[in-house]
Design a protein around this ligand. Structure first.
Ligand code: NAD
Length: 480
């Protein structure tokens, strides 16, 4: 698979970028070059938005196609991506260090499934509904129209999946898209562009602009953009929200998290802990919904801390492309430095490190870090509250279920959470009480058919499910 891109995918073909600069992607495991792609200039972004606008609004533009015809194209794109799934998964593992045992089912197999789901959904969605008027006589047609040109800005941690959370519903709805991938994972975005070309999407329906935050900032503020869909950090999300607020431009924002796993007093640790650790340390904790704050009943605190410590210490750390690997390297030196600074600040507050937290022996290169567990965490400290986005777990005691819920809610974020119990009904009661956008009972299996998103500093709006399609449609009422 080609990983060296000197051209950008604009208006349906590979074109010379305005700038000569390249973004070089290095493997977080070997520090060696994986490939490169152009670093787009702001002029390239302008060209991309112009092309995307034309593709949206032209006489035979994408927005005017019958839904059935669009759905057929999405199915074709799913077929093309499905044929390349294994290679895409391995490429992403090489870019961001994700173990291939995770990238294959998620980054490889997930995007085609999402495309097929939204193709089917748009086939079944009525574009117009006629209602008897509530006031006066007559009736009203309520139309669902595509929102327009979408700026999709995505992070590096699940690049293919998070791109498809946006691309699949946006295209199904009749929108056209400018995609801005993260610099760490520009290569898989270029491979997606190749697939778009192979599947025969009309020119300009999808344009890809590799670049950094400046390119993203220019794109979201561009006058030709109608809707912004962003996944990334809360800091960047706030900056984008300010811009979109000023422009009164709709934005979906999927931001950070620091979710809690509540272990109830009746939990069977032998069955609960493996699932809990999986949810907490998936992709080395570089996952927005990672349940890295573990809350244990005071009477079983020592037992839970010991079980979490043992299970974490047993995880297989290794090369991302090795099928046996459970924990790969962190995405970059900067990310490892950041995670290590949380570990140092935790130790400085007197928190007790029970396993990991060091650079492992035997790895001469790469951004590896042993997954860490902390007990005796100081409530309110950075270690206890902030998004670490790495393999660091904290275990805190609670007195009763009300305190567990209060501790789970004692966060600026509200994206996810779990409860672990022998009694699913008790689990459901807790799930209903925690203030968060998503929650799992005895597991956390993200359902693509249901809305996903956060409350508080975790974001605005929802992706996935039929609600994820609504985000790319706007309503018009025609009174008759
Ligand atoms: P980031 O905010 O630094 O970057 C995300 C994307 O935004 C990148 O493409 C980046 O180039 C671009 N960008 C940066 N500054 C910009 C600006 N001013 N305007 C427009 N675009 C800009 O985030 P990251 O470090 O790449 O990703 C990690 C973060 O993403 C974590 O906080 C994580 O929780 C969050 N995340 C959230 C979800 C979710 O669904 N809620 C999913 C995955 C990741």
């Amino acid at each position: 698979m080609e990983t060296r891109f000197r051209s950008v995918f604009l208006d349906g073909s590979w074109q010379r970028p305005d700038s000569n600069e390249l973004i070089t992607v290095r493997s977080p495991a070997t520090e060696e070059e994986v490939g490169f792609a152009p670093r787009c200039s702001l002029t390239d972004v302008d060209r991309a938005v112009d092309s995307t606008s034309r593709a949206f609004g032209a006489r035979d533009g994408w927005s005017r196609w019958e839904p059935e015809r669009r759905a057929d194209v999405l199915d074709r794109l799913a077929d093309v991506l499905g044929r390349r799934a294994g290679r895409i998964a391995r490429l992403i593992s090489s870019e961001n260090g994700m173990p291939v045992s995770l990238s294959a089912p998620v980054e490889g197999a997930g995007p085609p499934r999402l495309l097929r789901y939204y193709a089917e959904l748009i086939r079944k969605t009525e574009p117009e509904e006629c209602r008897p008027a509530l006031t006066g006589s007559g009736s009203t047609i309520v139309r669902r129209e595509p929102a327009g040109v979408v700026a999709a800005v995505v992070p590096w941690n699940y690049p293919a999946t998070l791109t498809m959370f946006k691309l699949a519903p946006a295209l199904a709805a009749g929108c056209t898209v400018v995609l801005k991938p993260a610099p760490e994972t520009v290569l898989d975005a270029c491979v997606l562009a190749e697939a778009v070309a192979e599947a025969g999407l009309p020119d300009g329906v999808v344009n890809v602009v590799p670049g950094d935050g400046h390119v993203g900032a220019h794109l979201v503020a561009h006058p030709g953009v109608d809707k912004v869909s962003f996944t990334g950090s809360t800091t960047t999300g706030r900056a984008i929200a300010r811009v979109c607020g000023g422009l009164l431009r709709p934005a979906t924002l999927e931001l950070g998290g620091r979710s809690a796993a509540i272990v109830l007093d009746d939990a069977d640790l032998a069955t609960a802990i493996p699932g809990l650790i999986g949810t907490a340390l998936v992709n080395s904790g570089q996952t927005c919904f990672a349940n890295t704050r573990i809350l244990a009943p005071r009477g079983r605190y020592a037992e839970v801390l010991e079980a979490v410590t043992a299970a974490t210490g047993d995880l297989v750390l290794g090369e991302p492309l090795d099928r046996a690997t459970q924990i790969g390297p962190l995405v970059s030196r900067r990310q490892r430095d950041r995670v290590e600074s949380f570990i140092e600040s935790g130790l400085a507050t007197g928190a007790r490190l029970t396993t990991g937290g060091r650079r492992p022996a035997g790895f001469g290169r790469g951004w590896y870090l042993e997954p860490a567990v902390f007990g005796d965490v100081v409530p309110g400290s950075a270690l206890a509250r902030e998004e670490i986005f790495g393999p660091v777990l904290t275990v805190q005691p609670y007195a009763d279920v009300s305190e567990a819920v209060a501790l789970a809610d004692d966060s600026d974020y509200g994206l996810a959470g779990t409860v672990w119990t022998a009694d699913p009904q008790r689990g459901l009661d807790v799930a209903r009480r925690v203030h968060t956008g998503t929650f799992g009972v005895n597991g956390y299996s993200l359902d693509h058919g249901a809305p996903f998103g956060g409350v508080k500093s975790s974001g605005l709006g929802r992706e996935l499910g039929p609600e994820g399609l609504d985000a790319y449609l706007r309503l018009k009422s025609i009174y008759r």
